[in-house]
Design a protein around this ligand. Sequence first.
Ligand code: NAD
Ligand code: UD1
Length: 355
Amino acid sequence: MAVLITGGAGYIGSHTCVELLDAGFEVVILDNFINSKPEAIERIREITGKEVKTYTADLLNMEKVNQVFEENDIESVIHFAGLKAVGESVYYPLRYYHNNITGTLVLCEVMKAHNVKRLVFSSSATVYGMPDRVPISEDFPTAALNPYGRTKLMIEEILKDLYNSDQEWSIALLRYFNPIGAHKSGLIGEDPNGIPNNLMPYITQVAIGKLRELNVFGNQYSTKDGTGVRDYIHVVDLAKGHLRALEKVSTSSGVEAYNLGTGKGYSVLEMVSAFEKASREKIPYQIVEPRPGDAAICYSNPLKAREQLGWVAEKDIDQMCEDSWRWQKSNPNGYKNMQKDNLHLLKNGDFFMKK
Ligand code: NAD
Ligand code: UD1
């Protein structure tokens, strides 16, 4: 019996694969590497000492997705595959709707055809839009501020309809807050394309000297020091949350949303100080205009995940910063493109790694 991980080569997916393999699960990855590198798979193998069957496949390709289910005994799916850049989604909404929504529809069709009805879906705190108070619980009103956020909200609705039509489905909608950090080995981590949009990868690239200084988006918010406050969560804690969610969907049916966050908020300037302490590097910054669409404060009430999944985030902000820095320092250019020599490429585009 295997767990299918769509988007398993990506930032959160790769960390989740490591936790699953360490816990003894059989894992099958499906990824088209549109925002990741095959090197990540090799690193997963290096950390865990285990092989991972990987399909180079687009979720939009129903035939290929079906083949994955034909060739493996899949019992549940963790669905990470999706495009996630907010700004890009505003310029290319159709690309986002097609990839994220149609991709999910194809996946669910194939799951249904194979009678696989256990699904853990990567949603986001973005579904809370501009929250008018904190901490945010799962029953807060939802809203989308951009096409990316709307894909998450729409997929949540689609999955609820799916459950309503057939109560054998068991679906966990995991609403992540702000994942940062990396595996303690420094072998896997976040590898953004181009200039990072998010705070932590921007800070680490300033520290390594790739970017000159951090632009702090506004210091006049009603927060402790005027800068934006967020709920940063270590990606390994987040990955472990997926194992708990998998247990949940394997033991009961239903569709439930869970916040995965720490319940604590840190400001941009607190993050700069924490990072400076962890890395012993100075982070020069300047205050610039607020970023349109940014909330002042966003942090979770993580109680439901604690009570219903038995999951709590354990790693603190210092560990998050230390691990983000170790990854950046050991991989100044992220995952380098894998040497072809290390790959057995098959005619159909699939591959496996040479030892
Ligand atoms: P990521 O881009 O690193 O990983 C996504 C993976 O999906 C990539 O490997 C990409 O190549 C793959 N992919 C995308 N479209 C595909 C398709 N059509 N077919 C096959 N593979 C495809 O992103 P991540 O940070 O690991 O995020 C994982 C999921 O969590 C995403 O759905 C994202 O929207 C969601 N999420 C992320 C964050 C965050 O801050 N990182 C926050 C909230 C929610
Ligand atoms: C962003 C996305 C959100 C997504 C989340 C996780 C936007 C508007 N929102 O949220 O949809 O779910 O990432 O991927 O893009 N900051 C700076 N300077 C920077 C970068 C960020 O000051 O260069 C500040 C931001 O204003 C914010 C905080 O740092 O206060 C965190 O920003 P970021 O990492 O982009 O996450 P979110 O804004 O929470």
